[in-house]
Design a protein around this ligand. Sequence first.
Ligand code: ADP
Ligand code: MG
Length: 632
Amino acid sequence: MGRIGILDESTYNKIAAGEVVERPASVVKELVENSMDAGASAVSVEIKNGGISFIRVVDNGSGMDEDDARLAFERHATSKIKTLDDLYSIRTLGFRGEALTSIAAVSKVELNTRTRENTRGSRIEIHGGKVIDIRPAGCPAGTSITVRELFYNTPARYKFLKKDATEAGHVSDIMNRFALARPDISFKLVNNGVTVLHTPGNSDLKSAIFSVYGSEAARNIAEIDYSDKFIKVWGYAGKPELAKASRNYQSVFVNGRYVKSRLVFSAIDTAYETALMKNRYAFVVLHMELNPMLVDVNVHPTKIEIKFSEEQEIFKSLYHAIVSALQQADGIRQIEIGGGKKDAFRFSGAGSRSSDHVQGAFPPAALRLPERDGSRSAPVEDPCGSPGMAGRPVPGGSRSTGFKEGGHGLDELKASPEEEATGRVSEKQDEDYRAGGAFSAKKIVGQVFSTYIILEGEGELILVDQHAAHERIVFERLKKKFHEKTELSQALLSPPVIRLTDIEIKLLQEEKDFFNSLGFDYEDFGNNSIILRAVPYECALEESGELFLDVLGRVLSAGIRDENRVKVAEDAFYQMACKSAVKANKRLSGDEIKALLEQLDSLDYPFTCPHGRPVAIRFSKNDLERMFKRKL
Ligand code: ADP
Ligand code: MG
């Protein structure tokens, strides 16, 4: 007896469905992509029981006439490509022509659709791939597809579905992505009768971010806007205080399509490297537009991992795009206690959320935080060994100089669970920190604990961590000289001779130019040793030999390749900054404080130390008044 048989069509369709339809979220994805391909400007999705019992996607797109509506459910029916050539220039989202077939094979589908030209629409009902009913129907222009009882005829698949809430979560993730991918389309998601997402579709990405992530995110992002001959990059980069413990808040879109790319992630990480603590991931919504030829399209349509050619160029562009966005934004962290009146700015395009004021109470915010956020109450580890901070600043920084519009002054501080913060963020609009000397223009009140500098500005009190500040200064200066290729070394009067291993010697010989660019100069001294002639000028001279060995060790363990030179150099600069910065517990004279503040003001990014700790924390006069119960 022959062992090979031909599957009947219905069995084949059910198996093939497994490829496209894994869970309710994949149905939603396919249906919404079809709506977008159909030119819809509004797409509304309703689910019940996580989408297992009910999914309805309604759009105002092109709709289908009756013939097309029938055909749409045939395998390999697609209006999107006709030849192989089309495949390479494809710009639409679907193209294999099997989503509808696959979905219909494993559920009960009802389609209502009408084109604008036709006065009459069509209704088709299909159960488990079999057409049950086709008839004319009165319906609005556009398409509505209802999918009921997913996997009712494939119990094996049904079994793999998770709890309703989990499935609903996946649907919500997908919808959020669409919302961020296409701010020009209004998306709505209703889960068990409750609207959980509704974007305005006003083409403003910031509005979409507000709808998806709430006001805290919308207030603490800086606009990315960059282009060069390879690529156009736009979107928003979250300030460091929005950073999360996972990459879930990094959304990347290439030519409108949601993707994951190691290259992009590493560019993001590198751009934020000195602004974030370890194991924190920046909040980023990033759109990239580039020639599709530079993107490897030869991937499975349901996969989202992609590859680029011209990786180096793309990496550099992304890095610059993000870094310059961050440099635009003011990053002094600000603390406000209790619910004062908000400034009048409202975020455009989205309703404000009801405010749930955290009442100001003693002890003050900075001290109160740990109790609200127990996991963080331990002192923050300082990689440089200066004393840790008791507590931490409220996430949420303040200014909006880098923002296009008044996206601040929103009501509630919507903190993510892991960032669960107290207090609220207040705004100050009248002063341009970037231009006006954020630090040096303030009155110096003094220094406490030989560690913090106290400043008074208009209606606010600012604390500056002197060590973090100095570290950032040294780091930025070295980095700037490195990138500008200006001289950053100082000759040593009594150059030390240093004995090294074979591998170290070899590295120093091969990479002499690189070490020169870091500010080190040396010559072979024979017998496995070198004589160290010069070190970066920010270094304390007495520590130069030690510093050199430190950097050498790091470079050796990182391994130099063309693509990581900048990173390795910056890493070396951290080391140097850390070593040579004024330590906490040092009394500074008035002049020293002044010089420090002036130097801070001269930096592009003065707001965190290179390890991501804040340089300054701000209390408004209001905060203090509330703490003392002068005001409620
Ligand atoms: P694909 O999207 O790969 O072409 P699908 O099975 O998802 O395949 O859809 C088949 C065809 O049905 C599409 O090519 C399109 O012509 C039509 N179609 C599906 N959904 C819609 C919709 N919401 N509005 C208009 N046409 C649609
Ligand atoms: Mg499709």
